[in-house]
Design a protein around this ligand. Structure first.
Ligand SMILES: NC(=O)CC[C@H](N)C(=O)O
Length: 397
């Protein structure tokens, strides 16, 4: 198909809408679920967040690339997003921390993107129709009917468990030598005496979560998503952290089983985003897909016990269904945008979770105190802490 001389790329949506624009990144074709992110800053953290695996991100903020890219702002070494869609790519990277341009970075990471399209119009389409699949074609041979056919096939294909793809394949430990820890908000009220042993379930964990835990003097062991509770308990953890991650949490039966075991022995648990959804599933709640999800840095969330409102960073397409919520679950936070569940606590257990991103990166730090709550809970439970002369003992699971 012949497009205008300025266009060398197209975005084709499942519903037949087509946008012509300019290729950014490498040439080729890429498919994925189109989501829009409303953050005004933090494009590098967003594209490297493993939770965006298999998705194509539209940035509603019109100028992307202004501050370039740098090593420290990556949420992983891989760009997990399947593609990016922007209005204007900045040709100048103007920031003292910049180590290169976004364009060069996209090419290096072999990412396909499109610029110079009406992202406001695209966002309105997604808001009305709900999430849909799309394809960026970044070469001259744009074959619309063939692409539409492939999009139809994809929308009917079996959903894959993305967590197993992005999770670490091997267990590893971390300390503060592993990170150049700067720009990490410090939580003030934590006593930094003894190391707290945390097992982090990596469902697609963001680096900033690990940095914050390490900054709180935690000794961290990151384990693959499929690690059984028995294996994890051999590490004598004082607490379990359930990370964020991509896709639908419902196929992650292995993690749901492990969480059920952790709940039985009542070890402290904190879950973020996908981790929150898995904790809910382990307690018998239902998960549903949202119309177009929450992706942005300005989502108001109310803590129900205090009526305090915090502005939070969010990135999710699924949510805990409030209908027929099991009695064991207490809702602790709700979204002031759509009243969806944003936080929960398991009654009579040392387990709680948050749907948004208290680690931010990018986004506001209002919910950071949830990490403080976790560390305080872990310290007060003394799980796997030996008294003088005793050895740590695990409760058999
Ligand atoms: N950031 C996340 O952990 C996302 C969780 C889940 N994949 C969702 O889209 O709802």
């Amino acid at each position: 198909m012949n497009t205008s001389s300025l266009s060398n790329a197209a975005l084709i949506l499942e519903d037949g809408n087509i946008f012509f624009g300019k290729q950014i990144g490498i040439s080729g074709e890429t498919f994925g679920e189109i989501v829009f992110n409303t953050s005004m800053t933090g494009y590098q953290e967003i594209i490297t967040d493993p939770s965006y695996s298999n998705q194509i991100i539209t940035f509603t903020y019109p100028h992307i690339g202004n501050v370039g890219v740098n090593k420290n702002d990556c949420e992983s070494n891989i760009v997990y997003a399947n593609g990016i869609i922007i209005r204007d790519l900045s040709i100048v990277s103007s920031n003292y921390r910049s180590e290169g341009s976004l364009l060069t970075y996209l090419k290096k990471k072999k990412i396909i993107g499109i610029s110079d399209i009406d992202t406001r119009k695209l966002t309105k389409i997604i808001r009305i129709s709900g999430s849909q699949l799309g394809c960026i074609i970044a070469h001259k041979k744009i074959k619309i009917s063939k692409t539409l056919q492939k999009l139809k096939q994809l929308s009917h294909s079996k959903k894959i468990d993305l967590v197993q793809i992005v999770s670490t394949k091997t267990q590893y430990t971390l300390n503060n030598k592993n990170f150049k820890i700067n720009n990490i908000p410090t939580i003030k009220n934590i006593k930094k005496k003894s190391k707290t042993r945390i097992v982090v379930y990596d469902f697609g964990v963001k680096q900033n979560i690990l940095k914050i835990l390490i900054n709180q003097k935690c000794h961290i062991t990151v384990v693959p998503a499929q690690t059984s509770a028995k294996e994890a308990m051999k590490l004598l953890p004082n607490g379990i952290f359930l990370s964020n991650g991509p896709g639908d949490p419902r196929p992650c039966y292995y993690a749901i089983n492990a969480i059920k075991s952790f709940l039985k022995i009542n070890i402290p648990i904190f879950g973020i985003c996908l981790g929150h959804q898995l904790l809910a599933l382990a307690n018998g709640a239902q998960i549903t897909k949202m119309r177009f999800g929450h992706h942005g840095g300005n989502h108001p969330v109310k803590e129900l016990c205090s009526n305090k409102v915090m502005i939070t960073s969010q990135n999710h397409n699924f949510t805990v269904n409030p209908i027929d919520l099991p009695k064991s679950i207490e809702i602790t936070h709700i979204s002031l945008f759509d009243k969806s569940i944003q936080g929960l606590r398991i009654k009579d257990k040392n387990a709680f979770s948050f749907q948004g991103h208290p680690e931010s990166s990018p986004g506001p730090h209002d919910a950071l105190s949830l990490f403080e709550n976790f560390i305080t809970l872990v310290k007060s439970c003394n799980y796997n802490i030996a008294n003088k002369g005793e050895k740590c003992q695990n409760v058999p699971i």
